[in-house]
Design a protein around this ligand. Sequence first.
Ligand code: PLP
Length: 358
Amino acid sequence: MSAHPPVPRAVLDGIPAYVPKPPQPPATGTSYRLFLNENPCPPLPSALAAVSRAAQRTNLYPGIFPDELTDALARRLDVPLSHVVTGPGSVGIYQQIGQAMLSPGDEVVYAWPSFEAYPIVVRMAGAVPVEVPLSDAAHDLEAMAAAITPRTAMVLLCEPNNPTGTAVGAAELKRFLDRVPEHVTVVLDEAYFEFHRGPDAPDGVELHRDRPNLVVLRTFSKAYGLAGLRVGYGVAHPRIAEALRKCAVPCGVSRIAEQAALAALDAEDELLRQVAGITAERERLRAALGARGWTLPPSGTNFLWLPLGEDAAPVAAALERTGLLVRAFPGTGLRITVGAPEANDLLITALEGIRSDR
Ligand SMILES: Cc1ncc(COP(=O)(O)O)c(C=O)c1O
């Protein structure tokens, strides 16, 4: 072994490592994946048909960018083509954002806890995370505005917030955006946009029209049920959008993903009916758990947040023994995806049992 092996960039020391592991044997018994905020509904037949058609051409590269999807999104959102950016999931676009818009030493303000990719994107760029604690599980926009300094290059805002599900109102968000200096990039992550509509819900695409510093991210992974195909998009003014495209992996969105996303856009009415079913289940679950003594903040997403503090890990372990796989944030809380009704019923029963044992 060489005494002087190559040394990866020092910033990677601050980033969690993925340790490759051998394939796990399939779990016995029924288990429910309630830990990744996936859509419990299977793909629509029209999306599967599009996948199957596109699969006939897997000997060919897709386009460098998915031009057909980009065009469809621009028309759907009524924005110029030059404002649309695509990537292999919105996490792919986050990497592009880090590369295109952050330099070592820049400060990046975001709430915490929020989307787990934030500290990774920031540290990867050698930038400095400035984490602003949530207040009552929701963004403290006053404190976030106060955390902006002359060194701030970016604000990351997850609306509604993952993992707590909480949403800020449109007027409050607008007031906040008006306070952010125009040279600071604001990334508004609307991964759960479709689960939180209504007169008071913000719409990032509308907000971006007169805000050249705003980047809006959305995804086909949640409401559109295509998490396994990896396709997301962003909307931004051309200077930023062009920079993000420069940092994209060429051909990063597969033809299969592009065609499935187009089919999903075509079937939007059907998907939005599914979303309505999931949000109705979310409210049923929240009411049932509330009636059994659990405290949960309102959610504008497809998941619920149980602020359990030190009980988070043991409660997650107890749920796992009943086949319910939820996401524990040790010392903070549990994030539970709204599943199919059968999984939600099991969850209510399991949490009732856990409550009476405590
Ligand atoms: C807030 C937020 N943004 C982005 C993503 C990632 O989405 P994608 O599957 O498009 O990479 C998630 C996934 O859970 C999320 O919660």
